[in-house]
Design a protein around this ligand. Structure first.
Ligand code: F6R
Length: 366
């Protein structure tokens, strides 16, 4: 059932090209200049009415939501707030009939996320959910559902559900941008065309797994790891850090790199491992400076950068190159090495990869 792989997690990591492709099927189509979102009934008039969008989720799904905010705000120009479900449900958020709430959940059964949905629905909000499990509680309670087609995710740590959630959020952002006219047909087509080659880019990134395996063999004994990124690389850093903690039990933190000098840089000393995610062209120079800052304090820097960005090789200890990809879509590719990193670190340490201690696949208790 693991299809020749040692664990479900590594099998599911390798299923991402297909999962991403399946989640675009019939929605993003080279021959059509619109985005078809299954039977979602959100109209242009609805979008004019929504003054605000909340994205609500837990854990990895919340990290997808952070990318979603960026996408919707940038492409469709609607203000978005992202909230952790267990906070949203208790904080009396400003939600009414003029609010769209996007709920993200792989299982569709997470208790806090379901409770947040019900709270928002009771206040009159329109609920659109991004769910992987067909017919789950969250899917049933929502006004509209956009399914991710990741297929069953067995490993407790979420991988293919995450990348397909990103795709679903891109689709929602493009759909809204199209209805609102905030992007031209050509701009939409450019993004769609690039989305369709994401599966190949993921595939190419997976070919680098030995480099990550070697890194893990050498450094799985470390106590702390820092993940740094800017812009869309910042949620990628958060997701990479969560994966590493839950699988390998290594303490890690993620920071928007600009925050370094506001505190965390105090922790950087000789040998501290820093994973620098540098997939945002617009912020590349800024990240180079951050890498220099931590290097000068003795950190060991493993950078994830786009092909052709050579300067980074001179200043970091190790670089893993990912295929060229636009800043907007980079999170789908940049997360792959980080999933592999968490996996191989856990394997090196002999951890129970598919069932990390203290964790459950579906959190149906508070
Ligand atoms: C991390 C992970 C969790 C889930 C979270 C939400 O790898 O899997 O953080 O993302 O528990 O679960 P769903 O998406 O089922 O609501």
């Amino acid at each position: 059932e693991k299809g020749g792989y040692e664990h479900f997690m590594i099998k599911e990591i390798h299923e991402q090209p297909k999962a991403v492709k399946d989640t675009m099927l019939s929605r993003i189509d080279a021959d059509s200049d619109t985005i078809k979102l299954d039977d979602i009934k959100i109209t242009k008039e609805d979008l004019e009415k929504f003054r605000k969008i909340y994205i609500v989720a837990c854990g990895t799904a919340y990290h997808a939501g952070l990318v979603g905010k960026y996408m919707i705000e940038n492409l469709a120009k609607i203000p978005v707030e992202v909230d952790i479900a267990s906070e949203f449900r208790y904080r009396n958020a400003l939600v009414d009939e003029n609010t769209l709430v996007i709920i993200i959940s792989q299982s569709g059964e997470t208790l806090d996320t379901l409770a947040a949905l019900k709270e928002a629905k009771a206040k009159g909000a329109r609920i659109l959910s991004v769910v992987n499990v067909v017919g789950s509680s969250i899917a049933r309670e929502s006004h509209d559902v956009l399914y991710t087609w990741a297929g069953p995710e067995i490993s407790v740590a979420s991988t293919k559900a995450y990348t397909t959630q990103l795709i679903a959020l891109y689709e929602i952002a493009l759909y809204m941008a199209d209805l609102r006219g905030t992007l031209s047909k050509e701009e939409i087509k450019t993004i769609k065309d690039e989305m369709m080659i994401l599966p190949e880019k993921i595939e190419k990134t997976l070919e680098n797994k030995e480099a990550i395996q070697r890194f893990a063999a050498k450094y799985s004994g470390v106590k702390d790891v820092f993940f740094l990124g800017r812009g869309l690389d910042s949620p990628v850093a958060m997701e990479g850090s969560l994966k590493l903690k839950e699988l390998s039990y290594i303490h890690s933190d993620a920071y928007a790199a600009g925050e370094l000098k506001h505190g965390p840089i105090a922790l950087i000393e000789k040998g501290t491992i820093v994973i620098a995610i540098m997939a945002q062209q617009g912020l590349y120079e800024k990240m180079l400076n951050n890498v220099k800052e931590v290097k000068s304090r003795g950190a060991y820097v493993f950078a994830i950068a786009k092909e052709g960005h050579k300067e980074v090789e001179e200043i970091s200890d190790q670089v893993l190159f990912i295929p060229e990809v636009s800043d907007l879509l980079a999170p789908v590719v940049a997360i792959i090495p980080l999933q592999l990193l968490a996996y191989y670190m856990a394997v090196e340490k002999g951890c129970d990869v598919d069932k990390p201690r203290n964790l459950a696949k579906s959190v149906t208790v508070e």
